[in-house]
Design a protein around this ligand. Structure first.
Ligand code: IVH
Length: 715
C-alpha cells in the first residue's frame, strides 16, 4: 500500500479495516510509536503529547486484537511495558525435563535391550515389556495441576528452567483447565504440535496477508506457543499429546501403559498408536507399522519412542546426565535430496577446527530449505573415513558436483553422496587449506586426528569470537541482549571491546563517556543499554556446571560439565584439582578419571586448559568477576551414605555393579575404584580378594551385599 493508502487507513475505524489496510496501519503505527520512543528517551524533545502517544498505542493494540495474525515481530506492544519487555517469566522444573537417546537401526535397539538387562542383572534372554509410541515432532510442555486446577505451563527450556507460557497453553483445546480425581499435585508432560491441515491453512492466510510463513509445522507450533500475546496463540490451532509426567503426589500407576491410561481418563489426548510390546521384536514390528502409517497420520512424527513399561524398573534404571536409561527414540531414516555444490567454505570453530561447509543451490529436504551442509573434514571430501578406508567407494567431492543432501531430525544437513556422471568437465579435486583462512596461522593435523586445527589459539580472531559466542550461548551464560550478533559487534569495538569473557563483566564499570557511546550505537537505546548491564549483573552469580561448560574446553559438553561439577562441588575445589593434576599420573589425575563418564581424552583436555598459560589467565580473570554457586547435588537428606567414599568388590548377586554404583551416587556417595585410607566402606561380594585384604589392614569398615541393601533400602 502506498503512502496515501496508509493515510486513508489511518482514518478508518478499527472495525471497518480490511486485512490489507490493517497490515499497513500496523506498519505506520509501529514506525510512529518507535519514532516517539526514540524522541522521548533520547536527547530529542518529545514530538507527541502523552495523550496522542497513548491514543496511537491503543489503536495499535485494538488492531492487533482484531487481526492477531498480522501482529508484527517489532510490535510496539512487545517492546514497551515491563512484563512484555522482559519476555516470559521463568519456571524452574521440580523434576528435570529430559531428552532421549537416539537409535538409528536395529542393532542400536538390540544394544538398548542388552544394556538394560545387564544393568538389571537379568538373563540375556529375559522377557521385558516396553511401550512403543510415535515420537511427535513438536515441542515439549509441562503442565502443573494442583488440586485439579492448571496452575502453570512451562516449556522445556534448558531442562532445568522453562518459560512460563500458561496463558498460551490455556488457549489449546486439548489442555484441560481442570482435571477431576487427580492426585493433589500432578505435572503432565507431552508435546504441543500442529496438524498438517492447520499448518497449511495458517501459511495460506499468512501469504494472503503478506506476513511471514513457517518452514514446517514444528516451527509453526513453537512460534505460536512462544507468543507474548495469547490472542495470537488462540488464533493458531495447536494440539497436545500427553506422554509423560513430572512431579506427582501419588503415582499414576505401576506401569507406563497404566499411566498413559490414567492420563487419558483424566481427559488428556494420548496417542492412539501407543502399544505394549513384549520384547524387542515386537518393538521393531510396531516401528514398521507406524512408519507405514506415517504419511497419513496428519501430523509430523520423526520416530518411535520405546520405554520400559514397569515403572519400578524405570526407577531402578534411573538417569544419565540428560537422558533416561529406560527409554530410547528410534528415529526414522533421514530425508534425502539432490542439488549442486556451488562452493566449499572453511569455518574456524572455537577449538580451532577448520570445518568445510558446502554452499548448495537451495533445495527442499523434508520440508526445510537447505542451502548449507557440513562436509565434516578433509578426508570426508576426499572419500575416506577416519581409519583411511574408502567411503562412497572412494568418490571425492568437488565444487560443481551434483550431490545428495540428507537431514536426520534436528542435525545439521550433511552431504551423503556424489553423482560422478553429472560432474562438470574441468572440476578439480578440492585443495584443503593448510593455513587458517582467518588468521593465517599454520593449520595442523595431529596424527590420529581427522581434523585440521588452526594453531593460533586466542590470537586467532575466529577462535576468540567463537569461544565468546559459546560463552554467551543459551546453555552457558545465556545473557539476555548479548547474543552472537552483539558479540561480533563488541569484538571489533575499539571503545568497549569484548575480547574475552571477563570483558563482559567489566563493560558497565568502564568509563562513562564510553557508556554514552554505547547508548547512541545502532540497536542500543537508553533502556536497552541499562537492560544489558542488568542482564550481565544477573549472571555474575552462576552455577558451577554452567561455568565449566561455558569455558568452551574441547570435549567438555554439557553432560561432562555436569559430571565435573557434581564431582568437585565447588569452583575452588575444581580449580585446585585441575591445577594440581598432571596428565596421565598422580592422585588428582586418578580422581578425575574415577568419574563415571570421564575418559582420558576429556580429562587431558581439561587439565591442559588449566596448564596452558594464556588460556589459564583468561579463566582466572573471568573467575575473579564471578560468584560461583556450588553444584546442587541430588537431595540426599537422610541418606546414610551421603559424602562417604565407597568401594565395591567381588561379585554382587542382587544388583549389577553399575546399578549399585548409580544408586550410591544418587544417594550422594562417591564410588572409588581402589581402597585407600580415604575409603569409608568396602562392599565385598563373594570372591573379593586383595581389596578386602587391604581394607582389613587399613581398618576400613567392610560389609556384604545384604548389609549394603539393608543400609540403603528406604533411603
Ligand atoms: S518421552 C523422559 N515420548 O522428544 C523422557 N518424548 O528427543 C521424556 N517427544 O524432549 C520424553 N514424542 O519433546 C517422549 N512420545 C514421546 C515423545 C517425546 C516426542 C520429544 C520430547 C523430548 C524429545 C526428546
Amino acid at each position: 500500500m502506498n503512502g496515501q493508502g496508509a493515510e486513508q487507513a489511518a482514518e478508518i475505524a478499527v472495525e471497518d479495516l480490511t486485512p490489507a489496510q490493517a497490515g499497513a496501519e500496523l506498519l505506520r503505527l509501529a514506525a510512529m510509536i518507535g519514532r516517539a520512543n526514540t524522541a522521548y528517551h533520547g536527547e530529542d524533545a518529545p514530538d507527541l503529547s502523552d495523550a496522542d502517544y497513548d491514543a496511537l498505542k491503543r489503536r495499535n493494540a485494538a488492531i492487533e486484537a482484531r487481526f492477531p495474525d498480522l501482529k508484527r515481530s517489532d510490535s510496539p506492544t512487545n517492546q514497551i511495558g515491563a512484563a512484555a519487555a522482559e519476555g516470559f517469566g521463568k519456571i524452574p522444573h521440580r523434576v528435570r525435563m529430559l531428552s532421549l537417546e537416539n537409535a538409528f537401526d536395529e542393532s542400536d535397539i538390540a544394544d538398548f535391550g542388552k544394556r538394560i538387562r545387564a544393568f538389571l542383572n537379568l538373563d540375556a534372554e529375559a522377557p521385558l515389556r516396553f511401550t512403543a509410541e510415535p515420537k511427535i515432532d513438536g515441542l515439549s510442555l509441562s503442565l502443573r495441576y494442583e488440586q485439579g486446577a492448571l496452575v502453570h505451563a512451562a516449556t522445556r527450556g534448558d531442562g532445568e528452567v522453562g518459560e512460563n507460557v500458561t496463558a498460551n497453553a490455556l488457549t489449546i483445546g486439548d489442555i484441560p483447565q481442570r482435571i477431576d480425581n487427580a492426585p493433589e499435585v500432578l505435572e503432565v508432560r507431552g508435546e504441543v504440535y500442529m496438524s498438517h491441515a492447520d499448518f497449511a491453512a495458517l501459511n495460506d492466510r499468512a501469504r494472503e496477508n503478506g506476513t511471514k510463513t513457517f518452514a514446517n509445522p514444528r516451527n509453526a507450533a513453537a512460534g505460536s506457543l512462544r507468543q507474548l500475546d495469547p490472542d495470537i496463540t488462540r488464533a493458531r490451532p495447536l494440539r497436545f499429546f500427553a506422554y509423560a509426567w513430572g512431579e506427582y503426589s501419588v503415582p499414576l500407576a505401576e506401569t507406563q501403559m497404566g499411566a498413559i491410561g490414567r492420563l487419558a481418563d483424566l481427559g488428556f489426548s494420548t496417542n492412539p498408536l501407543t502399544r505394549l510390546c513384549h520384547g524387542e521384536a515386537e518393538l521393531l514390528a510396531h516401528y514398521r507399522q507406524i512408519e507405514q502409517q506415517r504419511a497419513t497420520l496428519g501430523y509430523d512424527i520423526d520416530g518411535v519412542v520405546y520405554k520400559v513399561d514397569d515403572l519400578g524398573l524405570q526407577q531402578r534404571l534411573g538417569l544419565r546426565a540428560t537422558t533416561p536409561r529406560w527409554a530410547i527414540a528410534h528415529k526414522f531414516p533421514a530425508e534425502l535430496a539432490w542439488t549442486r555444490l556451488e562452493a566449499i567454505d572453511i569455518q574456524v570453530g572455537r577449538t580451532g577446527a577448520l570445518s568445510p561447509v558446502a554452499r548448495l543451490t537451495p533445495v527442499t529436504v523434508g520440508g526445510v530449505v537447505v542451502s548449507n551442509a557440513t562436509l565434516h573434514n578433509e578426508d570426508y571430501i576426499e572419500g575416506r573415513d577416519n581409519a583411511g578406508q574408502p567411503i562412497r567407494e572412494g568418490r571425492d567431492i568437488r565444487v560443481g558436483d551434483w550431490v545428495q543432501v540428507y537431514r536426520a531430525g534436528d542435525v545439521i544437513p550433511k552431504i551423503k553422496d556424489v553423482d560422478l556422471s553429472q560432474r562438470p568437465a574441468g572440476a578439480a579435486p578440492y585443495d584443503f587449506p593448510h593455513t587458517c583462512p582467518e588468521c593465517g596461522s599454520q593449520a595442523v593435523r595431529e596424527p590420529g586426528d581427522s581434523v585440521r586445527r588452526c594453531s593460533g589459539g586466542l590470537v586467532c580472531p575466529a577462535q576468540a569470537i567463537e569461544k565468546l559466542k559459546h560463552f554467551v550461548g543459551r546453555d552457558a551464560f545465556d545473557i539476555e541482549g548479548l547474543g552472537a550478533k552483539q558479540v561480533e559487534m563488541f569484538f571489533v569495538d575499539d571503545l568497549l571491546p569484548i575480547r574475552e569473557p571477563a570483558d563482559i563483566f567489566r563493560l558497565a564499570a568502564r568509563d562513562r563517556a564510553n557508556l554514552a557511546k554505547l547508548k547512541n550505537r545502532e540497536g542500543f537505546g537508553d533502556r536497552s543499554a541499562a537492560n544489558l548491564f542488568a542482564a550481565i549483573e544477573a549472571r555474575r552469580v552462576i552455577p558451577l556446571a554452567r561455568l565449566i561448560f561455558a569455558l568452551g574446553i574441547r570435549h567438555v559438553g554439557e553432560a561432562a560439565a555436569n559430571l565435573l561439577a557434581l564431582h568437585y562441588g565447588t569452583w575452588a575445589t575444581f580449580e585446585a584439582a585441575m591445577t594440581t593434576a598432571e596428565v596421565g599420573q598422580g592422585a588428582a589425575w586418578d580422581d578425575l578419571l574415577s568419574i563415571d563418564g570421564v575418559g582420558a581424552v576429556l580429562a587431558a583436555s581439561v587439565v591442559t586448559a588449566f596448564h596452558q598459560p594464556a588460556e589459564r589467565a583468561v579463566i582466572d580473570r573471568l573467575a575473579a568477576e564471578l560468584t560461583v554457586e556450588p553444584a546442587i547435588r541430588p537431595d540426599v537428606t537422610g541418606s546414610p551414605v551421603a559424602g562417604l567414599t565407597l568401594v565395591f568388590t567381588g561379585t554382587l548377586e542382587k544388583m549389577t555393579r553399575a546399578e549399585a554404583k548409580a544408586r550410591a551416587e544418587a544417594l550422594g556417595a562417591k564410588v572409588a575404584g581402589s581402597v585407600s585410607a580415604k575409603t569409608d566402606i568396602l562392599i565385598a561380594g563373594p570372591g573379593a580378594g586383595s581389596k578386602a585384604k587391604k581394607a582389613a589392614e587399613l581398618g576400613v569398615r567392610t560389609i556384604d551385599e545384604d548389609e549394603w541393601i539393608a543400609l540403603v533400602s528406604g533411603a
